[in-house]
Design a protein around this ligand. Structure first.
Ligand code: XMP
Length: 517
């Protein structure tokens, strides 16, 4: 496949931030690829990168089995930037000395610039910059022909470069948000040192993905489980461009969807694109299997199992289907690696339809696997998807089931749907919908006493949950104006029959979670 002329190669040593390096480079409209650190010298030469970045990694270069690269890499004449582990490896291989730091520098730190170095163009010698460190080793002595370019509190050599201006190393992570000037440093490497030209846009990403998917799928057929959320919607539009009729979307109604959701989703796909959309109404099956179940974990397990059973049955009816597409994003990938066995792993096992691919002998297609949520939204815009769908808040796979505490019955579902509709409606009208991560109603398993007219009432309680978050991993409760809270409460109590009380959830995650179950 054609690669843009000015491409960058990132050699990965296992840092949790490696994808972030690629993302920063994309932000400069430059193309990059991540390959494992053992990508061979022959492959690298054939690849002809404009520059190479050695990522960070959790190990120490001092250990006997440390990951490494061939020494010859540094004499190919290609500019190289080593970050964290990448810095220590570069210095060690070229004859410098690395040692365990007496005081480990983790988290926020400060460097002082010692030189008007190439990576620090735009900043004066002597300037102090905040940076993000995450390693226990440091450089003791430099390789021949290298100069130190910045120091930190615990390390006299926090950054360095060779005198020729082709090899560079940073002890900290320029790619993370917590290194505010990191972008400028990466930009200096890419544009000033490597002299790359920006040419990689979202449109190039689309063209590239289309070509890749066509190459992979050939004449087979692809199935995609559509939830109506941002990720699966964007995946569907992207794959439709690549495959047209070779793609079938399966949209399942599990009976746990929000008000009018099944119609909204079908309209989007039918009106806009005439895609092969198979609507499967399995709501009765789900609700009868959930009858009488109150335990949250059991609910999730039942929903996951029934989803797989129904999906499999439907998928089998599609001839020549060899691929299953999923809208997995990069944060889903890290989450399931970092938190194996934790609650997030459980979340994702449902989200990604669990063992389906292996069980059905389907190959996976995940075209968004390297992207972050905001990039997926830009991609969605480029693909012409309506804004309403692009900016949708996340909605959990098990749907309203995890927002109805206690038993799930058609009556309780109806009540929650109406209350939830009011919440979203008012939040949108007040301009808060895009400012928060999620805003929804929860139906509690208790009733409380109230008074209406001269009558005593004994009715349901709705909890209002509004959170701010970057990625759903941590969250703060949203500080909505009292006036808006009052309006939502009023409308729910007046419009939703069976509710006489609304409470506001003021807990953050951790130690709470966003959903109540
Ligand atoms: P919690 O409640 O764990 O939720 O703080 C974090 C984020 O994940 C969503 N969530 C799910 N998404 N399947 C999903 O696809 C699930 O089973 C699931 N459970 C929670 C939740 O809405 C929040 O955005």
């Amino acid at each position: 496949m054609e690669r843009p002329k000015d491409s960058f190669l990132i050699l990965d040593f296992g840092s949790q931030y490696t994808q972030l390096i690629a993302r920063r480079i994309r932000e400069f409209n430059v193309y990059s690829e991540i390959h494992p650190y053992y990508f061979s010298l022959e492959e690298i030469k054939a690849w002809k990168p404009k520059g190479i970045i050695l990522s960070g990694g959790p190990a120490s270069v001092l250990s006997s089995d440390a990951y490494t690269v061939p020494l010859e890499l540094f004499s190919l004449g290609i500019p190289i930037l080593g970050i964290c582990y990448g810095m220590q490896l570069m210095c060690k291989l070229l004859g410098g000395e690395v040692e365990k730091a007496s005081h480990r520098e983790y988290g926020s730190s400060q460097i002082t610039l010692l030189e008007n170095a190439d990576l620090f163009r735009g900043f004066k010698k002597g300037k102090k910059l905040s940076v993000w460190m995450s390693h226990g080793d440091r450089i003791k002595t430099l390789p021949k022909d290298f100069i130190p370019t910045a120091k930190s509190l615990n390390s006299p050599i926090a950054t360095c470069q060779n005198k020729k201006g082709t090899l560079f190393a940073l002890q900290f992570h320029p790619e993370v948000h917590h290194t505010p000037q990191g972008k400028e440093m990466l930009s200096n490497f890419i544009f000033k040192v490597c002299k790359a030209k920006p040419s990689w846009t979202m449109k190039s990403f689309i063209d590239h993905s289309i070509e890749k998917v066509r190459h992979q799928v050939k004449n087979s057929h692809v199935i995609l489980g559509l939830s109506g959320g941002v990720d699966s919607t964007v995946t569907a539009f992207l794959l439709h461009r690549a495959l047209g009729d070779q793609l079938t979307l399966i949209f399942m109604n599990n009976g746990l969807l929000r008000l009018n959701e099944e119609q909204k989703v079908q309209d989007l796909f039918k009106n806009q694109k005439q895609m092969n959309l198979k609507y499967v109404d399995a709501s009765q099956k789900f609700l009868s299997e959930l009858k009488g179940v109150t335990d949250p974990e059991q609910k999730r397990k039942i929903i996951g199992r029934v989803f797989i059973e129904v999906f499999e049955e439907e998928a089998k009816k599609i001839p020549n289907a060899h691929f299953l597409a999923q809208g997995t994003l990069y944060p889903d990938v890290i989450e399931s690696v970092t938190f194996k066995g934790g609650p997030s792993a459980t979340i994702k096992s449902h989200h990604n339809v669990g063992g389906l691919p292996a069980r059905m002998n389907l190959e996976l297609i995940e075209p968004l696997r390297e992207l972050f949520k905001d990039e997926v939204r830009s991609l969605g815009k480029e693909l012409g998807i309506e804004e309403e769908f692009i900016y949708r808040q996340p909605f959990p796979g098990p749907g309203l089931a995890v927002r109805i505490l206690g038993e799930i019955t058609p009556e309780r579902l109806e009540l929650l749907r109406r209350a939830d509709h009011v919440v979203v409606d008012e939040i949108k009208k007040a301009g808060w919908y895009r400012k928060v991560w999620q805003s929804f109603a929860v139906l509690l398993p208790i009733k409380t006493v109230g008074v209406m007219g001269d009558e005593r009432t004994y009715e349901h309680v709705i909890a209002l949950r509004v959170v701010k978050s970057e990625d759903g991993m941590t969250a703060d409760w949203g500080e909505l104006p009292y006036e808006l809270l009052g309006k939502i409460s009023n409308r729910i109590i007046n419009e939703v029959k069976g509710v006489n009380r609304v409470v506001y959830d003021i807990s953050s995650k951790p130690p709470s979670t966003i959903e109540w179950e």
